[in-house]
Design a protein around this ligand. Structure first.
Ligand code: NDP
Length: 246
């Protein structure tokens, strides 16, 4: 028996990057997994097929996080089709760069709807399904703690809000022993932030460990929080950022 045998997890934004790595890692520890995606249906199906080939149940759900109703429905669908819901991972996120003179209120709404409102909606719906001892894990960013360069105020604001949400909901759900935590990655090699991209050398130069993370480095922390080792950790913000803010 593996650590997460019998558990069901939902990972938002599981078609690529960090979310796909989290979904694979949870399944590798025995969990059945639902993932959501916005556009990458083919990639999402490939992740699901890979997990099924390992003997676990898996489903991919088209649910645009910009629309809270789709998020709510996805939570219910995951719990309904897989029979329960033990672990919610809020991973889907977007980054709209721009300085304050370039950004618009539409950019604000788009960023906040995916990075904050969808997380709030998913948690609200998930708590109807999660058993005592369930897990809620959101993916924030090292840019919530220290911004360090121009052009990412909106993204940083959305990720900072997750710190307060995480602490508050941890207080709300403590009596049910549901833990609520935030993992803050630093530069991680994905489509959003490729390790060979133009901004990478400057980012690496500010890290204590001078290299991009791999998506699995972030998944390892999520796995820990989802497992027995995480049972007494709640309301925490856990940096997996190569010491970029050290
Ligand atoms: P990617 O852009 O590589 O992947 C994003 C994933 O989220 C995809 O599966 C995508 O699905 C999904 N997604 C994006 N927008 C939506 C939406 N509106 N609705 C549903 N799903 C959506 O990003 P990363 O893997 O790099 O990022 C994952 C998380 O980690 C994000 O929250 C990000 O902010 C955070 N992060 C990343 C860092 C990095 O350096 N990479 C650093 C710090 C934090 P689809 O393919 O269908 O669009």
């Amino acid at each position: 028996m593996q650590a997460l045998t019998g558990k069901v997890a939902l990972v938002t934004g599981g078609s690529r990057g960090i979310g796909a790595a989290i979904a694979r890692s949870l399944a590798a520890q025995g969990a059945d997994v639902a993932i959501t995606y916005a556009n990458s249906g083919t990639l999402a199906e490939a992740v699901v097929e890979e997990i099924r080939a390992s003997g676990r149940r898996a489903i991919a759900i088209a649910a645009n996080a910009a629309d809270a109703a789709q998020v709510t429905k996805a939570v219910d669908q995951a719990a309904g089709e897989l029979g329960r819901l033990d672990i919610l991972v809020n991973n889907a996120g977007n980054l709209l760069p721009g300085t304050i003179d370039q950004l618009t209120l539409e950019d604000y709404d788009r960023t906040m709807s995916v990075n904050l409102r969808a997380v709030f909606a998913a948690i609200m719906q998930a708590v109807r399904h999660l058993p005592d001892g369930g897990r809620i894990i959101s993916i924030g960013s090292c840019l919530a703690t220290r911004v360090g360069r121009p052009g990412i105020s909106l993204y940083s604001a959305s990720k900072s809000a997750l710190i307060g949400l995480t602490k508050g909901v941890a207080r709300d759900l403590g009596a049910r022993r549901i833990t609520v935590n935030l993992v803050q990655p630093g530069p991680t090699d994905t489509d959003m932030n490729p390790a060979d991209g133009p901004k990478a050398p400057a980012a690496v130069a500010t890290m204590a460990l001078p290299a991009y993370a791999q998506a699995n480095d972030i998944a390892s922390m999520v796995l820990y929080l989802a497992g027995e080792g995480g049972r007494h950790i709640t309301g925490a913000t856990l940096d997996v950022d190569g010491g970029i803010n050290a």
